[in-house]
Design a protein around this ligand. Sequence first.
Ligand code: ZN
Length: 601
Amino acid sequence: MWCLLLALATFAPAVGVSLGASGASVLGLASPTTTEAPVSTPAPRSSQAELSAGNENGTSEQHVRIRVIKKKKIIMKKRKKLTPPRPPVTARASVTTSPARTLDLPEKQEPDCPPLGLESLRVSDNQLDASSSQSFGLGPHRGRLNIQSGLEDGDLFDGAWCAEQQDAKPWLQVDARHPTRFSGIITQGRNSIWRYDWVTSYKVQFSNDSLTWWGSKNRSSGMDAVFPANSDPETPVLNLLPEPQVARFIRLLPQTWLQGGASCLRAEILACPVSDPNGLLPEVPVLGSSDTLDFRHHDYKAMRKLMKQVNEQCPNITRVYSIGRSHQGLKLYVMEMSDQPGEHELGEPEVRYVAGMHGNEALGRELLLLLMQFLCREFLRGDPRVTRLLTETRIHLLPSMNPDGYETAFHRGSELVGWAEGRWNHQGIDLNHNFADLNTPLWEAEDDGLVPDSVPNHHLPLPTYYTLPNATVAPETRAVIKWMERIPFVLSANLHGGELVVSYPFDMTRTPWAARELTPTPDEAVFRWLSTVYAGTNWAMQDPDRRPCHSQDFSLYGNIINGADWHTVPGRSVSQRRAPGGQGSHPAPLGSSVCGTPRHE
Ligand SMILES: [Zn+2]
């Protein structure tokens, strides 16, 4: 069951929006109280990943993203070996729920207890211990599901816990700090672009005092159960215990691992709190929020229902409409919020927020659902700032551009979905790379001295190749382009998952094949200002103690970055301020406060 979404509470997205004629205004969202910032997955070395994801079109994207991009690095060689050449979504090895043939595992391999919180950091570093570690960067604190390595081997933050080579009896230990009912384990191998390491089988032991241990037994034989583990670095493998065990400590004891490699793993533990009728135990902290906003994951139906409710609560300032359908026929719902819903008023800037372009990045979707609830609620309360915002702008919120992908990821669950499943649309197209590349024709025209007299630097037409009937353009992308042609947006933003930073245009380097290069638009100062307003009011970004998601510490640069100066991939998504074939659209910063897909807690 998906319950409270802790990560959302940390979000406090304060959105700085330039409102064109109406001047600047800043909308600060209420900031709930929790402080946990789940760090998870993705790595910034996205170039390979993004390329592999299908950027047939060159492409461009029209918004500034606040991206929290769920970009995990992919090992191309490895992936090729591991997966048949099919669209990425389907090509990815499916989750192995590996019930051992030799084990009497429960037939139903679905987790019944929630994650203890290795991935979300609810389990702190000092709750993790190990028999040995190859280095500090490969210490037990790195044995967390979906954690990513740094760029170099030997980084302080490497991609797994790895025992020393000579450690004949390695173990990784988790102290739950309370009597806990352990029900299952999810493991991955080591995340690294240089090495392949994963554990192929392990045993599990339990203890109440960390001295006396007992093992998980095979029910029929009474022997220690040996759980089959991983066969590649990334695919999460779930094993449910034959019998759940109540204990305080749990140990994973690798028995075999990839030949020539080391005993390296990343893990999540599934565990339920144990009731304490006598009240003798220290109280287990309860997750939650006192805010009345709806903090949980919303699948398609729940999202639709929530949008309908907001519309009913605030009929005078809202309108729900659809801009088209996904490949699988789900409607792409937009919540419009303004004092004259349905009408473009002269001089009133049109602003849009798009989330869920990558279907498995749940956070942006939830943020926009929270934003619409917040705006409705505060409008009803008479909040002057919100009232002014709704009176002087027209806001369009598209919480889920890729609902097909979201449904896939949602039903798999956050622990088992891995980094790729549900990321692309149903055809395997990365919507983030699926827009036309408008940078190249613009820059070519500039080089030829044609701008702005012969070629305007806005309202660029779509390139011919992009409009051909056989062009690889997803229905979701087409819907958004048509939307942009219909409404003269002046400001837009995309929300992603995977990194905590505001990224502003351009995303593509002007020098061909340059890996990174500051590539400013003529509006560099505006973009930097907008981005800074967002970053400066985002609680998580401003937390001096927050851990970098990956190897880059964006707090050194004010938590904002020019997209192309971060990393480029030729032909990759380009945050352009010019809508394809349509209206100029300034990017707006958004933000998020988690590094990866938020857990359901
Ligand atoms: Zn994304």
